[in-house]
Design a protein around this ligand. Structure first.
Ligand code: BES
Ligand code: ZN
Length: 640
């Protein structure tokens, strides 16, 4: 059952939507768009305290100051509330917010209470506000200094080394540590913000910047942003630092620290082509601008699809665009994830799996079939390996997380790689043209709305399968989405894709014959990765030294390759690699690299003390997400 958007909009008055001034008022803000919410069992999000069918937030207006000395943000959040008739209260999500007061639009105090903190802390606590008829609530608050979404960097953690830096990471449930709202992917909200920051820092957000910053005359400037399309609140993001902008195309560009900007621009200057390819595949790009920011290396992810402002790790820069699948991926989220969004964290594949499929299609179009096929083959191989490790009957390998586990326990490979292989399999069976037409209408018909697995499957059945019982049986849709392991109809990559590399691996395994340096450098990054992922796991010091000498692994310009080398070296207790691993771990906070390196160390008595020694130095420099993952790897409890 869906609450129709039109019916909800009836009680949504124009005055309830506050815009700070005429300049920042965009056309659609005068008639704010209200998205539907879903009330089916599958749509239920167990990670929010909100009860959106009773009262929900439709618009967030932030007025916040960034305090770099105190490493804290604080100010006011004004929320537009849409309440069912007779609703007495609204429940928001809060994790550590320090609330000074809650009032209505007229300044009248509203009573509120903060409930008990969840056991694991991540879900936070419910913030319940008595509405007393209010349609606007104003929360005066500060985020905790250690708000998990925010990472405050010291100047020495930046490339320029002169100024501090701040960035946020909202997904999955971290934004409740700095924004008091209903933090659930199925409760979409428009938003706007006024942010003040000390000069000369610049601020960007996942909304469109409005005009030039205002000089406040006290050493600070105010920046204004608007997102006039309803988004899930995990997509509200901010970054501030000594950053500059350089245009790429008419609607795209990149921000980075001045000393990084040129290198960043050269890596991402294909972006306009990527956008065009994406539009050709699945319809118009609906967000206006597509800008990116290359963050300092502490950023815990490869990339994050924050609308109009993709956040990127600098570690993807290889000098040859070989990791630009990352940009294709974050861009693809502008359809899969940001237009049609999972309603709960249990449907991770609807965002990430569909996006990984879409990413590969963009890659094929812009960088060619061979590269796309190689990346698909890598993805397929990690899926097979991941399922083998977890066990083919493990509930963590089902694409839709079953209720028996936490939504965050599902294996990454089951969300990303199984999702890709699933959609490739469907595409292959129904034909590319038909599948593309179907996916295009899926994004169109669910633009700015929450979706679920069962909606996806029902739509596929209705529009693509119809009465074709044979096709239905061949597709094995339910087994893919709800079943564990790898369904038998999975579309395997062409075995020829890596034939040359696999022969080289076989030769190396048989008698230690290494590829020549020329062969190695002639390989694509995907081929190099395949070699390192497939070579024998156990290696002696002599073998590792020979490998490095021949292939120049410790000098690899591609961090994906460098990481595989360091992982193999640490697993094999190779002393000469320790200083480099230590340097890498002290500079890079990307969890995908950091956690496995600590895991590799923690597997041996040789490595355990090294891991502890390095982590004692680096822990404080990591984002809360990476810190949490490494803490778990090393068996540490919080605060240890
Ligand atoms: N949205 C994800 C990052 C994410 C997922 C953050 C779940 C928190 C919870 C982003 O789009 C992503 O998938 N990043 C990948 C990129 C890769 C698959 C190309 C990453 O960071 O490695
Ligand atoms: Zn993604």
């Amino acid at each position: 059952m869906r609450i129709a958007a039109a019916a909800l909009a009836l009680s949504f008055t124009a005055t309830a939507c506050t815009t700070p001034d005429a300049a920042s008022q965009s056309a659609s803000m005068t008639q704010p768009m209200v998205s539907p919410i879903l009330t089916t069992a599958q749509a239920f999000d167990d990670q929010t305290y909100a009860q959106p069918q009773v009262a929900r937030v439709t618009h967030v207006d932030l007025d916040l100051d960034l305090d770099f000395e105190g490493q804290q943000v604080g100010g006011k959040a004004t929320l537009d509330v849409l309440a069912a008739p007779g609703a007495k209260e609204i429940v928001l999500d809060s994790n550590g917010l320090q609330i000074a007061s809650v009032t209505d639009g007229a300044g009248r105090r509203l009573s509120y209470s903060v409930g008990a903190m969840s056991d694991d802390g991540g879900k936070g606590a419910p913030l319940t506000i008595q509405l007393d008829g209010a349609e606007l609530i104003v929360i005066d608050y500060r985020a905790a200094p250690n708000a998990a979404a925010l990472q405050w960097l010291m100047p020495e953690q930046t490339a320029g080394g002169e100024y501090p830096y701040l960035f946020s990471q909202g997904q999955a449930i971290l934004n409740r540590t700095w924004i008091p709202t209903q933090d659930s992917p199925g409760i979409r909200q428009t938003w706007e913000a006024r942010i003040t920051a000390p000069k000369p820092l610049d601020v960007v957000m996942s909304g469109v910047r409005q005009g030039e910053p205002e000089d406040l005359g006290n050493g600070r400037r105010a920046f204004r942003f608007v997102m006039d399309k309803p988004v899930p609140p995990y997509l509200i993001a901010i970054a501030a630092g000594d950053i500059d902008f350089r245009a790429i195309g008419p609607r795209s560009g990149v921000w980075a620290e001045p000393v990084m900007l040129d290198r960043a621009w050269r890596e991402v200057n294909d972006t306009e082509q990527l956008i065009e390819a994406a539009e050709e595949l699945y319809g118009d790009y609906r967000w206006g601008r597509y800008d990116m920011i290359v963050l300092p290396p502490a950023f815990p992810y490869g990339g994050m699809e924050n609308p109009v402002m993709t956040f990127l790790t600098p570690t993807f820069i290889a000098g040859d665009k070989s990791n630009n699948g990352l940009i294709a991926h974050e861009l693809a989220h502008s359809w899969s994830g940001n237009l049609a969004t999972y309603s709960s964290w249990r449907d991770g594949w609807l965002n990430e799996g569909v996006t990984s499929y879409f990413e590969n299609r963009i890659t094929e179009q812009v960088y060619g079939e061979q590269r796309a096929e190689q990346e698909y083959a890598l993805s397929y191989a990690s899926l097979v390996e991941g399922i083998e490790e977890a066990g083919a009957d493990s509930p963590t390998t089902a694409m839709r997380s079953p209720d028996s586990i936490s939504p965050f326990e599902t294996e990454g490979v089951a969300i990303y790689d199984k999702g890709t292989v699933f959609l490739r399999t469907v595409e292959n069976m129904v034909g590319r043209d038909r599948f593309d037409a179907w996916l295009t209408q899926w994004f169109d018909n669910h633009a700015f709305e929450p979706v679920t697995s069962e909606m996806f499957l029902a739509d596929l059945r209705e529009k693509l399968i119809g009465n074709d019982a044979q096709l239905e049986a061949r597709l094995m849709l339910d087994e893919w989405v709800y079943g564990t392991g790898l369904p038998s109809n999975a579309l395997k990559p062409d075995p020829q894709t890596f034939a040359a590399v696999d022969n080289a691996v076989a030769a190396y395994a048989a008698d230690g014959t290494l590829p020549t340096a020329n062969t190695w450098t002639g390989w694509t990054a995907a081929e190099q990765r395949r070699f390192l992922e497939r070579m024998p796991e156990e290696r002696t010091d002599e073998q590792l030294a020979a490998l490095d000498a021949r292939l120049g692994l410790s000098e690899a310009g591609n961090n994906e390759v460098l990481f595989l080398w360091l992982e193999a070296a640490l697993r094999n207790q190779y002393d000469p690699a320790v200083p480099q691993a230590e340097r890498f771990l002290s500079q890079v906070g990307r969890n995908k690299f950091v956690s496995p390196l600590f895991t590799a160390l923690s597997e041996s008595d040789w490595g355990k003390p090294i891991a502890r020694r390095i982590y004692a130095e680096t822990r404080d420099s990591y984002h809360s997400y990476t810190r949490g993952r490494v803490d778990a790897t090393l068996g540490m409890t919080a605060g240890e």
